[in-house]
Design a protein around this ligand. Sequence first.
Ligand SMILES: Nc1ncnc2c1ncn2[C@@H]1O[C@H](COP(=O)(O)OP(=O)(O)OP(=O)(O)O)[C@@H](O)[C@H]1O
Ligand SMILES: [Mg+2]
Length: 503
Amino acid sequence: MNGLEKELNRGLEEALKVIFESIGKLLKGIFLGIKQLKNLKYLIAFGCMVGIAVSAYFLRGFIFKIEAPIYIQRLIYLTFLCVPIIYLVCIGNVKDKIQEKYRQMFKEIEFKGKDNKYPYFLGVREADKKLIYTFKSNISIDEWKGNKGRLETAMNCNILQYEQENNKKVIQLTTVPADFKIPTMLKWDDQYIEQKDGVIKLGESALQQISFDLNRVPHVLAAGETGSGKSVILRVCLWQMIKKGCKVFMIDFKGGVEFGLRYEDFGEVITERKRALEVLTLLVEENEKRLALFRQMQVKNLAEFNSRTGKNLCRIGVFCDEIAEMLDKTGISKEDKPLFEQIEGKLATLARLSRATGINLFLGVQRPDAKILPGQIKNNIPVRISGHFADKAASEIVLGTTDAGNLPDIKGRFLFKVGNEIIQFQSYYFDDDTMLHDVDVTVGGTLTEMKEVKKQVKGLDDIKIFEETPKVKVKKLEDAEGFDLNFDYNSMWDDALKKGGDE
Ligand SMILES: Nc1ncnc2c1ncn2[C@@H]1O[C@H](COP(=O)(O)OP(=O)(O)OP(=O)(O)O)[C@@H](O)[C@H]1O
Ligand SMILES: [Mg+2]
């Protein structure tokens, strides 16, 4: 074979290679394009393209009447007929390019599965101001969560939520652009109050309103440096409890500075340690009675008890704005120590045992170290709210992670944690001056207060507890109902069962 032939063969080979590659690309484009048709938007557009091709077929007479050489006429006709295929190739190629972009991105941050494969981009859609990405990979959801920071930097967004579809290989990331800002001021509005018993709203994240249900997670700890907004967020909770007709106790050893006179209209503001112990003792007792009654009646929680019996056993909220004031034993005298210890003991008992009984603790703390907040209390508080902490150890204590160290130092900006998920949100701003007003609610009763007015508390003088119902500014109280300790609960249970059966 001479040089010229060799050259020709090489040229032919290359031409064939280009032709096959082009055909391959075309087929791949068509294939990827067809896959895109799962998306309604593309499907409708494709339908239009088919419509154009079909119209061209039926109206070909017009095309061939165009004043142009026949090959031009044919070219125009053929182009019209091929419009659906051209469209498929276009959308297929765009998808291919995007997939390649994400593959490169994951490659750069070395985020890949054990099978050495990078996540495969399946799609992205817009919802509200969010972008929801879908990827397929062999990477567990925990690994995705663990690489949040790197992924956010690479994708230039904030990841708000991770969701795994039934098929564990497919993950959805809900994101907002990196420059998206949660508002820094969200005023409280009574319209936010949820009718459902136990649901408390806190504020808003980029994604949703933040709320929790006291029937599932009974106690709350709000921690943060001074000025972070703990008192405000606790008031948001307190106000909702008041508006829902709960009995509230506000423990404030700063002499009523935190919960001023105005709050005395809605519940008892406790400013003395001795009184705090009395009330906590009473609540422990109330809790025991409720537990026994619920067990006997086989109800899961307060909401179920009330709906079964048609009674109005009240939810009780204990608010303590700064638990260091109540529990920190540093520097106290020997005589005072037993009182501090007893208070701590009662609080720990409530935290541990009042999960279902509707006695809820709302505690605020500035410096959450173990000396101030013993593990036996902290570990029984499922709802954690943390403001910015310059000290990462404090963040660890509250959230179990250092995340509060990276939280912007904005008033009312908190991290919310129930279970493993941590969500950044802006708490509602509650202003006593403009937002406190008379309420029109029916406050339920307690098991303890009705008959047993006089009580003996160990180590204390004979005291009178609940001689009168805590004052609540209400317009109507006539439906309020308490419980008689001598009441025949068995017959009540029978009644409740009968009532349930009749419905
Ligand atoms: N959700 C919010 N939105 C906007 N501003 C807020 C919010 N919460 C608090 N602030 C502002 O921050 C100030 C301090 O809030 P707050 O008194 O609740 O802080 P704190 O954490 O209780 O501080 P301390 O530990 O000193 O008691 C408020 O007076 C208010 O101006
Ligand atoms: Mg405060």
